[in-house]
Design a protein around this ligand. Structure first.
Ligand code: F0G
Length: 459
């Protein structure tokens, strides 16, 4: 008999979770104005809001914390991260930042000015936010296949080379400071980019003399998908794949809270010393001195260790298989999801799930509320609330996909928890026909409204 799959780690410390009853949840979500961000964590049983900073550090990472060097300048902890970046990612220069969006802020301060275009695959919200804040434009060149959730395609995060070349061809070079490729592409549903595509983008960019940066929050998960889906790489190690991926880039921004499995931290890495020096000024201004930039020494130690653990095949296999476990259970129940499943999350297609709720009543948010009421599970809306209003017409925007993301923290939950989530969502699915009304807005912020929005249920 073949031996079954089993997790590549065991549990040394636990945290108690509290179950609740539906009556309590009805009150809590009403008091939270139907915004799941407003819930207290102890009002949530299984928290799939995000995989960002929510992972479980290993015993090695916790012991690395104790060796943190808190010197202001030249700390050994800085050199540990520097060496890990050089060794795993192949970059000579780096700047620590407190998290991923801080890396974007520093890098873009050095590179982007008003009127610029930044093409790439679907940019993450904070990336787009930092681009638009500078009155520049993020141009989405993702392949069309990404927006059909039913279509089976191994690399839905790929950049459409024709769309990219059109941008490069039709605009002056000085208007395009960089191309940003997100690996894996969160906005498209945690979908990977193939090595071939990374290579093609890089050579196309070189032809036009434009640098390529990777938004690398989930680069190791991307490498796992290359190994398991791109035939030429089946026999390569994750580290070999990672090294090759970054050869097709000029630099990267990183949120350490994802694939480096830390609770806080990030960095920018560069090949070009001039750009590194230019960015250093902004790093000192916004983050901190160049050898700590927003992180304490102990956090840098944990980050360096996390980069090694996050690029181990056995760890990645455990992680991605858990995501697929949840995804497959949902599919068994007939629940519509983005397919193939992403690395860090399963994205439920709310439009195909709740067909009786009008789009003006925020379908994915309605689904997330129903799932919370059903089982105390917190997912997150990636749909028309998050899409904000059109800045000019102030009308609600309805994006191509209306999704509820079930995001899985690293090394935190077991497959029994996944089973619980799947059954809770199935129960909502069974009564979907009777869910006909959604929510309306009571109060909203002018941008990034989904974080703080206040809603009311329509009866
Ligand atoms: N890039 C990507 C692809 C991300 O998913 C995130 C964060 C960031 C950049 C920003 O990094 O949070 O460290 O500042 N994504 C989280 C999420 C918040 O829930 O998907 P950060």
């Amino acid at each position: 008999m073949d031996l079954p799959f089993a997790e590549s780690y065991k549990i040394k410390m636990v945290e108690t979770m509290r179950r609740s009853i539906r009556k309590e949840r009805e009150r809590w979500i009403r008091d939270a104005r139907y915004n799941l961000f407003n819930l207290r964590s102890d009002q949530v049983f299984i928290d799939l809001l995000t995989d960002s900073g929510t992972g479980a550090m290993s015993d090695q990472q916790w012991s690395a914390l104790m060796l943190g060097d808190e010197s202001y300048a030249g700390a050994s902890s800085y050199f540990k991260v520097k060496d890990a970046i050089q060794d795993i990612l192949g970059f000579e220069y780096f700047l620590p930042t407190h998290q991923g969006r801080a890396a974007e802020n520093v890098l873009f301060s050095a590179m982007i000015t008003e009127g610029n275009l930044i093409p790439g695959n679907a940019h993450f919200d904070t990336t787009k936010g930092h681009i638009e804040f500078r009155k520049a434009t993020a141009v989405d060149c993702t392949i069309d296949e990404a927006y059909d959730t039913t279509l089976d395609h191994p690399f839905k995060g790929n950049v459409d080379l024709e769309k990219l070349e059109a941008v490069l061809q039709n605009n002056p070079r000085e208007n395009i400071p960089l191309i940003m490729v997100t690996v894996t592409c969160n906005t498209a549903g945690g979908q990977p980019v193939s090595m071939q595509n990374l290579k093609d983008v890089y050579f196309l960019a070189q032809k036009y003399g434009v640098p390529v940066f990777f938004d690398s929050a989930r680069f190791a998960e991307n490498a796992y998908f290359i190994k398991t889906r791109e035939p030429d790489y089946a026999d390569s190690s994750i580290r070999e794949i990672v090294r090759e991926m970054f050869q097709y880039s000029d630099g990267m921004t990183m949120s350490g809270k994802k694939d480096a499995i830390v609770n806080m931290g990030g960095f920018i890495a560069f090949r070009d010393k001039i750009l590194f020096r230019k960015s250093s000024v902004y790093n000192i201004m916004f983050e901190g001195y160049v050898t700590y930039g927003g992180m304490s020494g102990r956090d840098m130690n944990a980050l360096a260790q996390g980069l090694y653990e996050g690029t181990e095949f056995d760890y990645l296999e455990t992680r991605i298989r858990q995501t697929a476990y949840l995804g497959n259970r949902l599919r068994d129940f007939g629940i519509p999801t983005q397919y193939p499943f992403g690395g860090h999350a399963v994205f439920v297609d709310a439009r195909r799930f709740l067909t009786n709720v009008p789009k003006e009543e925020f379908i994915a948010q309605t689904l997330a509320i129903e799932l919370y009421l059903e089982g105390g599970v917190r997912g997150v809306e990636i749909g028309s609330l998050m899409a904000d209003r059109d800045p000019v017409t102030r009308k609600n925007r309805y994006p191509g996909l209306e999704l509820m993301r079930l995001t899985i923290p690293r090394r935190v939950y077991t497959n029994n928890h996944m089973e619980y989530v799947a059954v809770a969502l199935k129960n909502v699915f069974d009564r979907r026909e009777r869910i006909t009304r959604g929510v309306k807005i009571l109060w909203e912020a002018p941008i990034m409204r989904h974080f703080t929005i206040e809603l009311e249920k329509i009866r």
